[in-house]
Design a protein around this ligand. Structure first.
Ligand code: M6R
Length: 352
């Protein structure tokens, strides 16, 4: 699995392995159409007893936590706090009774995440880890472990492990909602059926990669790139922006769309690329109005939305569409063009 299989870089290979990472992680926990977390030792009784969840992680893993805050609060009705592990471990966190900490990590060895785990255990609070590497320190020291099945990730810029973490978190959310009786089995069945469609939809997005490559090569000389969105779209922006700056060395920021006007908008000038993520229908108009604000300052606008929202073209200079899915699962699709953007910008710049 550590060969490039004809791809120019491991990152591109791993971007293409995402349908498999998603399928394999689903298959590990869904048996005959029902979620089975028995391997993790989590029980419904324990999940029902929880009043609060803390999610702690670093980098991209933290970004999947940012998505899970929305899914867990909205679908399972449980309050969620998220923290960077490097902050959590030094802030003397107050961990309330009947709570659990979720540590998310691809490697299972990240020093701050491991320290956060150990601190949590000193507080006597149970830890669930979502980890890709079998037998890693974080997996070994947790009370419960939910492995992701992305396979070995060679590229430092994570893609398939991020996608697999999202799936583990969606499944955990659904099981939590069922345990707390916030969701009927019919609703859960419908969500599971939708999750099953994600690998094929990701494959469809990957088929259209030349269009992203063309746009990325046009913008390879950009100085600053802003990613803006609201709600889950903001969480998608966090990861899109990290992928961009990490490998293209272009300064990039993710901003909650409504927050941009409180100062940072002064950095937007003629030709600044602003990527608006608009997958959440009820927030579409709000984010679009923020995009129009930056356009009036000369920004060049790219809109990322779902098929059907063709009026995005009325206000943007370039638009990218992804298939529709349940709004809570949109991250799994919308992140693909953004990973490709980061990758192709860096290739166009001739970076290694
Ligand atoms: O192995 P981990 O998931 O704990 O690593 C955490 C971060 O260092 C990691 O997600 C990093 O942000 C990505 N590799 C960036 O692409």
């Amino acid at each position: 699995m550590v060969y490039k299989d004809g791809y120019e870089h491991f990152m591109l290979k791993e971007i293409h392995e995402q349908p498999k990472a998603v399928r394999d992680t689903l298959c590990a926990y869904v048996k005959d159409g029902v979620i089975d977390l028995s391997h993790t030792s989590l029980t419904d009784e324990f999940l029902r007893s929880l009043d609060r969840i803390y999610i702690v992680a670093c980098g991209s893993a933290y970004h999947t936590g940012a998505v899970a805050k929305y899914t867990l609060e909205q679908l399972a009705g449980i309050p969620v706090e998220i923290d960077y592990a490097s902050e959590f471990r030094y802030r003397n966190p107050i961990l309330v009774k009947n709570s659990m900490v979720i540590i998310i990590s691809q490697s299972g060895e990240t020093a701050d995440s491991l320290a956060a785990l150990r601190l949590t255990k000193e507080h006597g609070v149970p830890v669930l880890s979502i980890v890709n590497v079998l037998g890693s320190s974080i997996a070994r020291e947790s009370d419960y472990t939910m492995y992701t099945y992305a396979g070995p990730e060679i590229s430092v810029a994570t893609t398939k492990a991020y996608s697999a973490q999202l799936i583990a978190l969606y499944l955990f959310t659904i099981q939590m909602a069922l345990s707390k009786q916030c969701m009927s089995t019919c609703e859960a069945d419908a969500l599971l059926m939708e999750l099953d469609t994600l690998p094929t939809k990701i494959e469809k997005i990957l088929e259209d990669k030349e269009r992203i490559q063309w746009f990325a090569s046009k913008y390879a000389n950009a100085k600053d790139i802003f990613f803006i969105g609201r709600g889950i779209d903001y969480a998608i922006c966090l990861e899109g922006s990290l992928k961009m700056k990490e490998i293209s060395y272009i300064h990039s920021e993710a901003y909650a769309a409504g927050e941009l006007k409180h100062g940072t908008i002064s950095l937007v000038e003629d030709g600044t690329l602003v990527i608006g993520v608009l997958t959440q229908q009820e927030l579409y108009e709000k984010t679009m109005s923020n995009m129009i604000e930056v356009k009036s300052r000369g920004a060049y606008l790219m809109g990322l939305t779902t098929y059907g929202n063709y009026n995005v073209e009325d206000n943007t200079d370039f638009s990218v569409y992804v298939p529709k899915t349940n709004p809570f699962f949109m991250t799994s699709l919308a992140i693909i063009p953004l990973q490709l953007m980061g990758y192709y910008v860096s290739v166009a710049k001739g970076l290694d």
